[in-house]
Design a protein around this ligand. Structure first.
Ligand SMILES: CC(C)(COP(=O)(O)OP(=O)(O)OC[C@H]1O[C@@H](n2cnc3c(N)ncnc32)[C@H](O)[C@@H]1OP(=O)(O)O)[C@@H](O)C(=O)NCCC(=O)NCCS
Length: 205
């Protein structure tokens, strides 16, 4: 049984958010979000070897392409277990992976998940992640029927904080020494967007 459905049954829940059968392809006028494929390995390596991309993550920049191969394998395992879904961000009409976006720590019985995203620096500041989040959140609250999307952000990650605030995420507090990464503890700022927040935000209308 798929992990995503099992959790609901084990907890004798009568209702859960909706399990996903297949990774979706999400499109708008600018972007296509699609499954990460084996032929994205090189682009994924180029993305994660950028120090600017991994600066606020609990991983070091990739030094070898085999790390990208392993990441693809890891993401597929997590998807099969119903624990996460990660999609490639591509510009419409060009199939090249320029970033990724997705949900992890998916808990259908609590109708919630955690957000993750990153983009090649050459594409920053053009509204691409705003656009990608528009697609992902529509899917998360629509097809998946989630109620709460969380984001954990390092206090100095200004681009990410600005992005979440502009999209209507609410600040919930500071988690002290929440992550251990690159040899040190770091705090995390917790943000969330509830379905009721999302439905009230004009940017999504
Ligand atoms: C955080 C990150 C994903 C932001 O991506 P981005 O595509 O540059 O974000 P956006 O372009 O949507 O928004 C950033 C800026 O572009 C501006 N922008 C330009 N054109 C825009 C448009 N058409 N629509 C919306 N915003 C636009 C926004 O106003 C915003 O400016 P501001 O921050 O001064 O308010 C990117 O910096 C990144 O990949 N960082 C490294 C990985 C990372 O830290 N991930 C998050 C971990 S919590």
């Amino acid at each position: 049984m798929a992990g995503r459905a099992k959790n609901c049954i084990l907890r004798m829940e009568t209702k859960c958010a909706t399990p996903m059968k297949d990774l979706p392809v999400l499109k708008n006028g600018t972007l296509v979000l699609r499954a990460i494929r084996d032929d994205d390995t090189d682009a994924l390596f180029r993305l994660f070897r950028e120090e600017a991309v991994t600066r606020y993550m609990d991983i070091d920049s990739f030094a070898s392409i085999t790390q990208a191969t392993e990441l693809i394998r890891f993401l597929r395992q997590k998807w099969r277990k119903g624990q996460s879904m990660r999609l490639a961000i591509t510009l419409r009409g060009q199939d090249k992976l320029i970033g990724t976006i997705g949900l992890h720590h998916i808990q259908l019985h609590h109708y919630k998940a955690e957000l993750g995203y990153e983009l090649l620096p050459a594409y920053w500041g053009q509204g691409i992640m705003t656009n990608a989040l528009d697609l992902l959140l529509q899917y998360a609250y629509g097809q998946m029927d989630l109620n709460r999307i969380e984001a954990f952000v390092e206090p100095t990650n200004e681009p990410s904080l600005k992005l979440l605030l502009r999209l209507g995420f609410h600040y919930e507090g500071r988690l002290r020494d929440n992550f251990h990464e690159k040899g040190r503890f770091t705090d995390a700022l917790l943000y969330s967007l509830l379905r009721k927040d999302y439905e009230q935000i004009s940017i999504w209308a």
